[in-house]
Design a protein around this ligand. Sequence first.
Ligand code: GAR
Length: 200
Amino acid sequence: MKGFAVMASGRGSNFQALIDAMKEGTLPACCLRLITDNPSAYAIERAEKAGIPVTVLDYASYPDRSAYEQALLREMRATGADLFVLAGYMRILDREIVEAFPRRILNIHPALLPSFPGLHAQRQALEHGVRVSGCSVHLVDSGTDTGPIILQRCVRVEQDDTEESLADRILEEEHRILPEAVRLFMEGRLNVQGRRVRIR
Ligand code: GAR
């Protein structure tokens, strides 16, 4: 069975959606490891409960960003994973890492890309006044949330939405499309042609 590794910085509900899909048998793959940059991430507890090994690379303990990224690159290589899933990983990967795993890193983003990349996507959507938003799973390239899009889902933006209520509604869809995209990758069904991803 093919294996993937997850990188997460916090709560880890998307990571949990992957764990649940593996348990239910809808994601026939093995999660080899969780890598986190945050020693107090709740994702760590989720991994321990599911028996998934964890590597903590405490960002604050490295002298600079480059030292952290070198350690991260070593850890990623050591997993032997076919795929790396960024599930609420709140740092931008540097070019060396992206180039070390071309088209093998996937990210979930809480907006309909290319709208609202980067941080606080739900707040950006509300401030812009859009009527629909959603989430996107995409392959990671060297830009910020710019890589080829694999799956997207829409949600309505309601008049009285707050950042939290919109984020919650989007999150429900994230939990559906992330396991689905990982499954498609693992089954070798993604055919990337430039920016366009064809699903076989
Ligand atoms: C999710 O909404 C995810 O899309 C977002 O952070 C949240 C993590 O939640 N990621 C980004 O904004 C990345 N730019 P989770 O830890 O419960 O999965």
